[in-house]
Structures are given as C-alpha cells and as structure tokens.
Ligand binder design. Structure first.
Ligand SMILES: Cc1cc2nc3c(=O)[nH]c(=O)nc-3n(C[C@H](O)[C@H](O)[C@H](O)COP(=O)(O)OP(=O)(O)OC[C@H]3O[C@@H](n4cnc5c(N)ncnc54)[C@H](O)[C@@H]3O)c2cc1C
Length: 322
C-alpha cells in the first residue's frame, strides 16, 4: 500500500498533491492507495480523491492542527506508517511536503528522495530527481521501508481515473507533544497579485535587470493585461525591490509551467531557468544575441525591450480593434 500526504485548502485539494497522487498510482502498481489529509477541511477534500485512485483516506483532526505545524504533521504520518505499514510515503514537492517528509525521515532514520520526476524498477526502487535547482537530473536507488519521496512540481500530470468510487474516510487524532507544536504558522500575509496566479498562468510575461526599473515594469504589465498573463521576474529584480518576492521565478522563487514564457531582459541564469523550464515555449527578448537564455528559448527577438514591447503591445491593440 502506498500512502500519500495530500495538501488542501478551503476543502479543495492542491493541484500539486493531485500530481503526487498520479506518481503514487504508478508506484503502487495496483496496490491500494491511501491518503492522509491534515486539519480543517480535510474530510471535504478527501471526498474528491476517489477520482484520483484513492481507496481510503485518513483525516488527522485536532484543533491544534488548524495551523500548519511541520513536526505535528510528521507525527500524523509516523502514526500511519506504524499502523498501516505502507511500502512508500509520497508527498508533493512543495515547501510543506518536503519539510514534513524531512521530519519523518529524521525521526524514523530513513532516507528521503525529494523532487522525484520518475520512479520505477526495483527493489531497490530507482528514482529520477532534480538536483541543484533542477539544473541536473540524478538517477538514484532508494532503500528503506517505507520509501519516502516527494514529487517535483509540474513534472507529472495529474490524471483522473475512470469509474473510481468515493474513498472510505476515517478520522484519527495524532498524539501530539508540546515539541510537535513548537513551530507553527502564526499568520498569513496576503500576496499582491494582478488577478492571474503566476504558478497557474497560461502566459507569463517576465522581466529581468534589462527592464531597468520598477517603473519599467509598467510596459510588461500592459502587455500581460492584453494577453491575460501573469507578470514574473528574476531575482535581480526582487533584490532591487522593483517587484515583490512573490513574482520571482526560479530556484528560490515560483516554478511556472505556462504555455508561453516571455523572458524580457533576463540573461537565463541556471537558477532562473530552474523556475521556467516547465514552460511549453519560451520567447526571449534580449539585446544580447549571445545571452545564455537563447540556449533555452524557442523564439528570440534580439533588440532593446523598451522598443520591442511597446511595438508588440501596439500591434495587439490594433489587431483587437477599438
Ligand atoms: C542560490 C541562488 C539562488 C538563485 N535563485 C534565483 C531565482 O530563483 N530566480 C532568478 O531569477 N535568479 C536566481 N538567482 C540569481 C541568478 O543567478 C541570476 O543572478 C539572475 O537570475 C540574473 O537576473 P537577470 O537575468 O534579471 O539579470 P542579468 O543576468 O544581469 O541579465 C540581464 C539581461 O538583460 C539584457 N538586457 C539589458 N538591457 C536590455 C534591454 N534594454 N533590452 C533587452 N535586453 C536587455 C542583458 O543582455 C542581460 O541578458 C539565484 C542565485 C543563487 C546563487
């Protein structure tokens, strides 16, 4: 049996957890799939999981689990590992998924393979996983009972299963110590967005140092609005305070997988590419014909973005009419 930690919010299952379930299904190869959901809204979210192959779901309930607490979530996983003896525990490769499994691994003295893109073969199980911010892929053999692994975001497609019924849902209360609750989320700070979420946008218009200033992003916003796109940026831009960190694409920012990623004045450092290599197509606008981004780009316009972007915007407006 394979156990998957499923993240959810307001009763809705997180897309990255659905992707983790798709990989878990392949790993289970016909064995039953169990899910663990923690905290309020868990039951509503669990009810949606039958379509993703989950036969039964365990919902950890305790008022102290209302706020995310990594060690407390790990305690829930450990109790299920001891009781259900799964062959593997899978989580989405999110900050939370990786953090919780790292706690489980430390406490159970097990190895943990983070950010896997493929699994197969064995025993021992062979995994392919991203290292160094995704700039290289490592093939590794993972030992351990259970195997602990997280699934790299946007590398495995979530897929519904035909004819699957609703899962059985059980609730349990993990035995939590004070130490398990020592670290927990105290406050949520709202993010500033233009309405289209960066992680889910179909088109992203992203700017780097070449944009020149915070004001320079005005033309990117105008283009993004016309395309129904989200605005992203490189780390140089967030470090300069031109845009908030929530807009940063890359190894230490958001990983995006749009149909089209328009990189304006971005050189294409590996740490930036780590965040946008999931894009179906990359269009680079850069004044340097030798810029590294050209190695990853499907299309390129070589020139000054302060001339090119307004020209593209004007053409789009013309094409759309008054
Ligand atoms: C541990 C670590 C983590 C990191 N994480 C990230 C991350 O998550 N995301 C990230 O982006 N970076 C990250 N970085 C930083 C990364 O290494 C690069 O420094 C950064 O991506 C460069 O940003 P840039 O492309 O905007 O700037 P630059 O590298 O300075 O490139 C600017 C580009 O703009 C072009 N240009 C200039 N003027 C114009 C113009 N008028 N018209 C058109 N083009 C023009 C230039 O030709 C150049 O190619 C990380 C670094 C480290 C060490």
């Amino acid at each position: 049996m394979v156990l998957t930690l499923v993240e959810h919010q307001d009763g809705q299952v997180d897309e990255l957890s659905l992707q983790a379930l798709a990989l878990a299904r392949g790993l289970a190869a016909g064995e039953p799939l169990q899910a663990l959901l923690v905290g309020p809204g868990g039951r509503e979210a669990a009810a949606q999981l039958g379509a993703h192959g989950v036969a039964s779901a365990q919902v950890a309930e305790d008022e102290r689990l209302a706020a995310y607490a990594p060690a407390a979530w790990a305690q829930g996983v450990i109790e299920l590992v001891d009781r259900l003896e799964p062959s593997a525990v899978v989580a989405a490769g999110t900050n939370r998924g990786n953090e919780v499994l790292a706690h489980v691994a430390a406490r159970k003295e097990l190895p943990f393979a983070a950010n896997c893109t493929e699994v197969g073969g064995g025993p021992p199980l062979t995994v392919t996983r991203g290292r160094w911010g995704g700039s290289l892929l490592e093939e590794a053999r993972v030992h351990g009972a259970p195997i602990l692994l997280s699934v790299a975001p946007h590398m495995v497609a979530a897929a519904a299963v035909d004819g699957a019924g609703a899962p059985e849902i059980e609730t349990f209360t993990p035995t939590l110590s004070e130490a398990d609750l020592m670290v927990q989320v105290a406050e949520h700070v709202g993010t500033v967005t233009t309405g289209v979420s960066l992680a889910e946008a179909k088109v992203v218009v992203s700017g780097g140092r070449g944009v020149g200033s915070a004001e320079g992003f005005g033309m990117l916003e105008e283009l993004a609005e016309l395309l129904g796109a989200a605005v992203g940026c490189s780390r140089v831009v967030t470090s300069a305070g031109w845009r908030p960190h929530t807009d940063q694409v890359g190894q230490t920012g958001t990983k995006v997988s749009p149909d089209l990623y328009i990189a304006c004045g971005i050189s294409g450092a590996t740490q930036h590419i780590a965040g946008c290599k999931g894009a179906k197509k990359i269009l680079a606008i850069n004044s340097d014909a030798e810029a590294p981004i050209l190695a990853s780009a499907d299309y390129a316009v070589i020139g000054d973005l302060t001339e090119i972007i307004p020209a593209v915007t004007a053409e789009l407006r013309k094409a759309r009419g008054p």
